[in-house]
Design a binder for this molecule. Structure first.
Ligand code: PLP
Length: 230
C-alpha cells in the first residue's frame, strides 16, 4: 500500500503542483504540500519523510502524538488540521508548528496560555466556515475580524493566515468560489489589521488545482499521497 507506489504518487503530485503553479504565473516555492497522514501509519510517514517530504498534517491529537513518537526523522514540520476540543488544546503548543483550525475566542486564550507556559509563540491560522455548515468547525465570516483582532493582541499566538474546507462537491470547480472568498477575506483582514498574513490553507485531493490557481500557500492532501483511509 505504501512503498514505491506511494512515492510514485507523491512525485507525480509534486510535479502537478509545480506545473499548475507555473501555469498560473505563481512561484512553486510559494506553495507547500502538507501530507495529511491521519489514519495512516508512522511507517508511511517515515517512508515519505525519507523520500524528502517535510510537512505533515494530523487531525487527532492522541494519534498524532503517538505517531510523532514513532517517527524519528528530524526537521519535519507538523501541522494540526483537525477540530480542536478545548480539553485537548493544552497538547498542541510545543507539538505542532502550525495550527490551522483555531476558530473561537476561548480556544485562542487557552492556546495562548499554554504557549506562554512553554515559553513559545504558537503560529496559528483561523479556520473560516464559509458555507456555515453546522457539522464543521470554523468561525463565520461575520465574526472573523473580531477573532483576528483578539488573536493579534495575544502575546503568545502569531496569526499567519486563514484556512477553509469548502462543502464536499464531486465537481472541483464548485470549490473555486470558496477559495476566492477566503483569499478576499485575507486581503480585507490584512488591510483592516495593517499586517501581512502569509498563508492560505486550502485545497485537498479533489480540488488542489483550483486552490493553487486561487492563491493557496498550504495544500492539505491526504488520499492522493497515502491512498484511501480506512
Ligand atoms: C482529511 C483532511 C484533508 C485531506 O483530505 P484528502 O481528501 O484525503 O486529501 C485535508 N484537510 C482536512 C481538514 C482534513 O480533515
Amino acid at each position: 500500500m505504501y512503498g514505491q507506489e506511494m512515492i510514485k504518487r507523491w512525485l507525480e503530485l509534486k510535479q502537478e503542483i509545480d506545473n499548475t503553479a507555473l501555469g498560473c504565473g505563481r512561484n512553486p516555492e510559494d506553495i507547500r504540500l502538507v501530507a495529511v497522514s491521519k489514519l495512516h501509519s508512522a511507517e508511511a510517514v517515515s517512508e515519505l519523510a525519507q523520500a524528502g517530504q517535510v510537512d505533515f498534517g494530523e487531525n487527532y491529537v492522541q494519534e498524532a502524538l503517538d505517531k510523532k513518537n514513532q517517527v524519528h526523522q528530524t526537521g519535519l514540520i507538523w501541522h494540526f488540521i483537525g477540530h480542536i476540543q478545548t480539553n485537548k488544546a493544552k497538547f498542541l503548543p510545543s507539538n505542532f508548528d502550525l495550527i490551522h483550525t483555531l476558530d473561537r475566542s476561548k480556544l485562542a486564550r487557552t492556546l495562548d496560555q499554554k504557549a506562554k507556559e512553554q515559553t513559545l509563540v504558537q503560529p496559528v491560522l483561523i479556520q473560516v466556515n464559509l458555507a456555515e455548515e453546522k457539522q464543521k468547525g470554523g468561525i463565520s465570516e461575520k465574526d472573523l475580524f473580531d477573532l483576528a483582532q483578539e488573536i493579534i493582541n495575544l502575546e503568545n499566538l502569531k496569526l499567519e493566515g486563514l484556512m477553509c474546507m469548502p462543502p464536499f462537491f464531486q465537481e472541483a470547480e464548485r470549490s473555486r468560489p470558496y477559495f476566492v472568498r477566503l483569499r478576499e477575506n485575507k486581503k480585507e483582514l490584512q488591510q483592516k489589521l495593517g499586517l501581512n498574513l502569509p498563508h492560505l490553507s486550502m485545497g485537498m485531493t479533489g480540488d488542489y488545482i483550483q486552490a493553487i490557481e486561487e492563491g493557496a500557500t498550504l495544500l492539505r492532501i491526504g488520499s492522493r499521497v497515502f491512498g484511501p483511509r480506512e
